[in-house]
Design a protein. Sequence first.
Length: 166
Amino acid sequence: MAWGLANSKQPFLWVIRPGSVCGSEWTELLPEGFNESIRERGLIIKWAPQKEVLAHESTGGFWSHCGWNSTLESISEGVPMICTPSFGDQRVNTRYLCHVWKVGIVVENMERKEIDKAVRKLMVGEEGEMVRQRMMELKTRVDCSIKEGGSSDNSLHELVNLIPSV
């Protein structure tokens, strides 16, 4: 995974949470020479406020397991996704993101060449440009639905009005 990201030659922020790999320190598993190879374009940290990172203008993509919260946050900010689902709703979300809405790129296996290819495809490829454009269109639709009088706003008001009658 690390070398695939490094080989893409794209700038990145990578959050590796302490304890995400049992029995290892948070940077202990990075391959030898990796930090030197990414020094000018990569930053590895323990934690970041995900919503703020996604809202930052320099964020060009979001590599995610595609849980529902991460999916909603990414769509709400108009950030296209690289999808690596593991279980549960992640696979269904990935299917919608990549094959229905076409606002994400799925990584089929965690080989360095596949990761490099997916990152480049999203960040500098023609397909990535189309994915970014579709994601901005989806973001616009979401923005319209959550503003006052939008479909989500109306549904929330209907639910609030229904609760006392139950």
